[in-house]
Design a protein around this ligand. Structure first.
Ligand SMILES: Cc1cc2nc3c(=O)[nH]c(=O)nc-3n(C[C@H](O)[C@H](O)[C@H](O)COP(=O)(O)OP(=O)(O)OC[C@H]3O[C@@H](n4cnc5c(N)ncnc54)[C@H](O)[C@@H]3O)c2cc1C
Length: 367
């Protein structure tokens, strides 16, 4: 049977970042992807925002990996010529309660080590963003946007340059532990084959739980329940009235329907939150009134005709609809007892921002 050092399951932004970094130390890294190419799922269905790391609880993986990942990602973009813009973001308030939330956010951000937030008055905002309606706002200068496709392409090129192999249309069916690692059964377009590896990394996003359930000897108590939460986007045609990202106060399990720009300057609004049972990406036109109501709060002169359903993404959450905060889960043998296995669960936002820091943490466990 052929043998490799490591099999990485899932070529989203996380699997690609792990492949790029791990291949600096191992010569036989295999990255497999069930779809026809890399990054077709959550990694290409998000806001493409580089988050500052201001909301997450202190010492959580989300706080630590987001901030470390943000700094690494900006450096990476410069080094590898990935299109990005440090546009900045405004977190906007509309009443005294929301203004109090801005103050709490300043404190939370400071605890997390982010101390560049600045409070703007309505008068300052009027000058800065005339189309914006708000009584006050927090300005986060380290928030930005990135061309995720170019980023993923660059990670893959880096991995392949280090001799890592990438195989698409290849799905992990099951894995069985043995004395030297794992025997893995793969399905490549209907053809089944077996391969041995010393290390197995499960970063299959929305399918991490399914992959984990197919690893013999992994006790089900270590497989957290998946909650799929879809977020829809509407695009806004014409020139953007805003020069930076506009976020309302976060609500429930999402950051609220915000305004963000892509690298081409296209304005979009979203995502909302909708817990779903099936992985289905449709954007119903009848969501428009809900979007309009949320957006009009901070952009009263919005032209409803310019708002059109665009796309959706599905968050692989560990948090049920009315649960409180749930962190990323990165499990190694110290947790589940299977030598050589690393499972990643619940890599929802800010997984893109954190990707290089997540990869570094995973690689440290293996070398
Ligand atoms: C609506 C939305 C908005 C978001 N906005 C942001 C944002 O602005 N900033 C930010 O930092 N984060 C954001 N995120 C989070 C971010 O997109 C994710 O954290 C990140 O893309 C996760 O990457 P991943 O590699 O873990 O997963 P994925 O991109 O889902 O990749 C997993 C891959 O594994 C493959 N796979 C699954 N099973 C198998 C198998 N058995 N065999 C082989 N391959 C398999 C899948 O096909 C998939 O390609 C957002 C997420 C959503 C849903």
């Amino acid at each position: 049977m052929d043998k490799v050092d490591t099999i990485i399951v899932g070529a989203g932004v996380v699997g690609l970042a792990i492949a790029a970094q791990l291949s600096q130390f191992q010569k036989n890294v295999l990255l497999i992807e069930k779809n026809s190419t890399f990054g077709e799922e959550t990694s290409s269905r998000n806001s493409e925002v580089i988050h500052a790391g201001i909301y997450y609880p202190q010492h959580s993986l989300k706080a630590e990996l987001c901030i470390a990942g943000k700094n690494k990602l900006y450096e990476y973009c410069v080094q590898r010529h990935i299109p990005f813009k440090r546009l900045g973001k405004l977190l906007v308030a509309h009443n005294q309660d929301e203004e109090a939330y801005l103050q709490q956010t300043i404190n939370q951000a400071k605890l997390n080590g982010v101390d560049d937030l600045e409070l703007f008055s309505a008068k300052q905002l009027n000058k800065l963003e005339p189309a914006l309606s708000a009584t006050a706002a927090l300005h986060s200068p380290s928030t930005g946007i990135i061309d995720v496709h170019s980023y993923m392409q660059s990670l893959l090129a880096e991995a392949e340059n280090n001799q890592a192999m990438f195989v698409a249309q290849t799905k992990l069916l099951r894995a069985e532990p043995n004395a030297h690692g794992f025997t893995v059964t793969l399905d490549s377009q209907g053809e089944t084959s077996q391969l041995a590896c010393q290390y197995l990394i499960n970063c299959a996003g929305l399918h991490s739980q399914k992959v984990a359930n197919n690893i013999a000897g992994l006790a089900t108590q270590y497989i957290p329940q998946l909650h799929c939460c879809r977020g829809h986007y509407f695009s806004y045609s014409g020139k953007s009235p805003f020069s930076q990202l506009i976020y309302p106060i976060p609500q429930g399990n999402g950051l609220g329907i915000h305004a963000s720009l892509d690298m081409g300057g296209q304005l979009k609004f979203g995502p909302d939150t909708q817990y779903i049972d099936e992985l289905e990406y449709g954007v119903a036109a009848n969501l428009k009134p809900k979007f309009l109501k949320a957006i009009q709060k901070y952009f009263p002169s919005i032209d409803p005709e310019k708002l059109q359903p665009a796309y959706s993404g599905i968050r692989p959450k560990l948090q049920a609809e009315y649960d409180s905060f749930k962190d990323f889960v990165i499990q190694d043998q110290q947790v589940h007892g299977l030598i050589g296995l690393i499972n990643l669960f619940g890599i929802d936002s800010p997984g893109l921002t954190s990707s290089l820091a997540i990869a570094e943490q995973v690689v440290k466990k293996l070398i």
